[in-house]
Design a protein around this ligand. Structure first.
Ligand code: ADP
Ligand code: MG
Ligand code: ZN
Length: 620
């Protein structure tokens, strides 16, 4: 039941261009020829000088003999009338010859003469108007041909037409499910668009830009449209790739255009989908070929800065690759608010399925809870696809309703297709569940640690298979040795739980180990927390203070002996932490099972529930 992607690119004007090529120029050619013939005839009938035509010498002789009464001289011909003869023969014409003395002679003989303004329209028409029209025709013809193909060389000529506001977005928040946190954040935006005064009267500043971040297919585009649909405002939507053109400056011009139009339509929403296509980090390329994209990006940054969100234009963007975005885009005053749109948990998946089966005829035995439980790792788009697949399968078997069996085979089919996208197997989910439970139990048991906020085994887009999130109750500026040791035990808790429950360890703990080792090393070499080595900082002041960038792995100035001692100390500290974790988890073996089981069921567990399961005091 996927809503058809709205793409402004498909303008109906495409057809007009693809008429029988060549028909136009040749038909206008015929018109031109016919016109010429008519003109020539007109010339013959109306413009043709009347009277008999005589040689110039005869004309001169007539003048000299005093027979000419009056003449009129034009550019090329001389027309005249003779004295005293009958009307018929009195008229004559002669072709003009260069004759500077003519006027004198005429004066001498008393001939009345007048000049005649040349009638230039016909020669002008023939001389340059027609050729000009002809060339304009040819040029227009080729221009049309080149822009005819989609994305043709000249497609920038149509840029204005493609940016248009969609005033009637029908999507509502009720069409989106499983992304409650993102939804709640965006409801505030809707409030503002509906009633900007309420916020600005108090001097509040509404975020200018909202960036939706998350794996593909989780409903980012859908959410942006829902915001527009709920707030009843026009919705300008473009894809980032539409700004990247062949010609330098075209994308920038398009951005300018977009913002101009948006301002005129405020309050409204400007939505740039796939922002990463144009918002990639600006780099110094040896080929220097990113000129266009950078200009476009710079224009976007400039427009966002010069934009007053009080006018009621909110810029939304979506990306599934936030890590490649230019940091300048994420500065306050630009996309200062980031909303994570993550893959749904079981409950979310059930809700999404419920939305998508609305238009499908379901059999009575279909239990969407079961379907949701079987589709761990599916994003919203995958679920929409699943419902569609199931419906198609049912139709293929001439059923009157979509049954559970259709869902089952659709799931099997989709999972096979998603294998490349790494959907966790049942066994893998179990490992991850034990692992995260291990972290969480150790974190809840040891004193002096931040309480667990959330545990999740929903696969994230960025490689993590699960996470245990601890939130500090207060800002910390100092950590004691005890705090750090406890933290090490938590980090190793995941791996330890795998050992205890499954008798085997997986590669999933690699990141934990790395972080634990880093902390242990820092304890020994920087904080002087090792009794064996004493209060000495061995590594010098090599950490960059404000930059979150890894420093080169440079060794401090110490000898081989000391290096060995340091390594031994790190190992000792880690072994201690491992033992601590093992003691805790062995003594709470039953709790480890309970938490893991529950986690496999709900996939995302709040800290409160965890503490309840462990029977520990809720944190105030
Ligand atoms: P994204 O922009 O994050 O890649 P889309 O918004 O384009 O994903 O989602 C594609 C389709 O998948 C939507 O049109 C909708 O039918 C379905 N879908 C995705 N996420 C959800 C969701 N959270 N709730 C309901 N439907 C969803
Ligand atoms: Mg999208
Ligand atoms: Zn871990």
């Amino acid at each position: 039941m996927a809503t058809p992607p709205r793409s402004p690119r498909r303008s109906p004007r495409g057809n007009e261009r693809r008429g029988p090529l060549g028909a136009r120029p040749s038909s206008s050619l015929w018109y031109g020829l016919a016109l010429l013939i008519v003109l020539a005839l007109a010339q013959v009938y109306f413009v043709q000088p009347s009277g008999r035509s005589i040689p110039y010498s005869e004309f001169k002789a007539l003048v000299r003999s005093g027979q000419v009464a009056e003449i009129s001289i034009s550019d090329q011909v001389i027309r005249g009338t003779l004295k005293d003869s009958d009307k018929q023969k009195a008229q004559f014409t002669t072709t003009r010859v260069e004759d500077p003395k003519l006027a004198e002679e005429l004066d001498a003989k008393g001939v009345k003469y007048t000049g005649e303004a040349a009638n230039r329209w016909l020669p002008d028409l023939l001389g340059w108007v027609l050729p000009l029209l002809f060339f304009i025709g040819i040029w227009g013809f080729f221009f049309r041909r080149m822009s005819g193909a989609e994305g043709g060389v000249m497609s920038f000529a149509r840029s204005r037409a493609k940016i248009y506001a969609d005033d009637e977005v029908k999507v509502k928040f009720s069409d989106v499910a499983g992304v409650d946190e993102a939804e709640n954040e965006l409801k505030e935006i809707v409030e503002f668009l509906k009633n900007p005064r309420k916020y600005t009267n108090l001097g509040g500043r509404i975020p200018k830009g909202v960036l939706l971040v998350g794996p593909p297919g989780t409903g980012k585009t859908l959410l942006a449209r829902a915001v527009a649909g709920e707030a009843h405002v026009p919705f300008f939507s473009l894809s980032g790739s539409e700004f990247v053109e062949m010609f330098v400056g075209v994308g920038a011009a398009r951005i300018r255009d977009l913002f101009q139009q948006a301002e005129a339509k405020a309050p409204c929403i400007v939505f740039i989908d796939e922002l990463d296509a144009l918002g990639k980090t600006r780099v110094q390329s040896p080929l220097g070929s990113h000129e266009e994209r950078e200009q476009t990006l710079n224009q976007l940054l400039a427009e966002m800065d010069g934009f007053d969100s009080r006018k009621g234009v909110i810029i939304m963007a979506a990306t599934n690759r936030p890590e490649v975005l230019d940091p300048a885009l994420l500065r306050p005053g630009r996309f200062d608010r980031q909303v994570l749109v993550d893959k749904p948990d079981v409950k979310g998946r059930e809700d999404i399925l419920r939305i998508h089966v609305k238009t499908v005829k379901l059999g009575p035995e279909v239990d969407l809870k079961v379907v949701a439980a079987r589709t761990a790792g599916f994003a919203g788009a995958d679920l929409a696809n699943l419902v569609n697949e199931a419906a198609l399968l049912a139709a293929r078997h001439d059923k009157t309703a979509v049954g559970m069996a259709d869902f089952e085979s659709a799931i099997d089919r989709l999972i096979a297709g998603l294998e490349k996208k790494r959907v966790m197997s049942v066994k893998e989910r179990k490992i991850v569940a034990y692992h995260e439970s291990g972290h969480a139990i150790v974190a809840t048991t040891l004193p002096g640690l931040d309480p667990v906020h959330k545990i999740s085994i929903v696969q994230r887009g960025f490689g993590a298979l699960g996470y245990t999130m601890q939130l500090p109750l207060e800002d910390r500026y100092l950590m004691t040795r005890g705090d750090l040791l406890a933290q090490l035990a938590v980090l190793l808790g995941g791996r330890t739980a795998e050992e205890i429950a499954l008798g085997e360890i997986s590669t999933g703990a690699q990141n934990d180990l790395q972080r634990a080792t880093d902390i242990a090393r820092a304890m020994v070499t920087e904080f002087g927390m090792s009794d064996a080595l004493g209060a000495i900082n061995y590594d010098g002041n090599k950490r960059a203070r404000f930059l979150d960038i890894p420093m080169p792995a440079e060794r401090g100035l110490y000898g081989e002996d000391t290096a060995q001692q340091i390594d031994a100390e790190i190992k000792r500290i880690l072994t201690d932490a491992h033992n601590t974790a093992r003691e805790i988890l062995t003594s709470k073996r039953d709790k480890l099972e309970t938490v893991t089981e529950r986690l496999l069921e709900v996939e995302v567990m709040e800290g409160e529930e965890l503490r309840r399961l462990l029977g520990s005091e809720p944190t105030a």
